[in-house]
Design a binder for this molecule. Structure first.
Ligand code: CAA
Length: 258
């Protein structure tokens, strides 16, 4: 598939996807999200790829859903077309870790896309917000659900009800962002995280991602049971034997992702 709204490359164990609609600050239209889904599926099927880095430009990760594409939509268009998350499922269901490397604006759907990722690395210029209220709509791709889970009710209400932007420092303080680095280092930092992960067992990374996400879907008792089942299942991996033997033999583990 030839991409027009994203640029895709492999960087060692990382799949790198760069959102690329500079004329619209990477506004998310159907083409872009379809292409993103296709790229993620490709990286997921690629045994050489451990995790995916999703980034934008220095000015914008993504300034939201494409307002020009939505402006004349009727209720029937939106409902029948299952706007806006019809084709966003691939981001949510990707089983390998996905890291958002965010510089500049991550607004509306852009903030929601970053929140679908597993780790957010922010550049110092990053600005997060859910300004949909200004457009006469509520958030539609998880803003009212993932933001309170990540940052708490107070910040979620504040951002969604006033359209105020949150800078990188505030976003890190409230737990939305994992790390802040200089803007020009944001992709390198995300790629370095993938390099670290590449030294571990991929099935174990996938188990961890699945288990942490389960924490937001279920009760503590069910979540703990799910975690314990993953823990037990890990004893079926060659990588578990290698990891523990390497510790006992005082050497670096050589995981084979099996
Ligand atoms: N959709 C379509 N085009 C967009 C866009 C968007 N979300 N955001 C920016 N653009 C376009 C602008 O229209 C402009 O195009 P032209 O040069 O052709 O006029 C270009 O990108 C550059 O933008 P600005 O000139 O506005 O740049 P700025 O630096 O002055 O302002 C900004 C930057 C504050 C991010 C401003 O562009 C802005 O407020 N954008 C909209 C943010 C927003 O409301 N996002 C939510 C969208 S709705 C949504 O996402 C729903 C959902 O929950 C899924």
């Amino acid at each position: 598939m030839a991409y027009s709204a994203i640029v895709v490359e492999k960087r060692g164990p990382a799949g790198l996807v760069r959102l690329n609609r500079p004329e619209a600050l990477n506004a998310l239209n159907d083409t872009l999200v379809d292409e993103l889904g296709h790229a993620l599926a490709g990286f997921e099927a690629d045994d050489a790829i451990v995790a995916i880095v999703l980034t934008g430009s220095e000015k914008a990760f993504a300034a939201g859903a494409d307002i020009a594409a939505m402006a004349t939509m009727s209720w029937m268009d939106a409902y029948r077309g299952d706007y806006i998350t019809r084709n966003w499922e691939r981001v949510k269901t990707c089983r390998k870790p996905v890291i958002a490397a965010v510089s500049g604006f991550a607004l509306g759907g852009g903030c929601e896309l970053a929140m679908m990722c597993d780790i957010i690395v922010a550049g110092e210029s990053a600005k997060f917000g859910q300004p949909e209220v200004r457009l006469g709509i509520p958030p539609g791709a998880g803003g009212t659900q993932r933001l309170p889970r990540a940052a708490g009710k107070a910040k979620a209400m504040d951002l969604c009800l006033t359209a105020r932007f949150m800078d990188a420092a505030e976003a890190e303080r409230v737990g939305l962002v994992s790390r802040i680095v200089a803007d020009e280092r944001v992709v390198d930092e995300a790629l370095a995280i993938v390099d670290t992960m590449a030294g571990y067992s991929l099935p174990v990374l996938m188990m961890i991602k699945e288990s942490v996400n389960r924490a937001f879907e279920t009760t503590l008792t069910e979540g703990l049971l799910f975690e314990r089942r993953s823990f037990h299942a890990a004893f079926g991996l060659e990588d578990q034997k290698e990891g523990m033997n390497a510790f006992l033999e005082k050497r670096k583990a050589d995981f084979r992702h099996r």
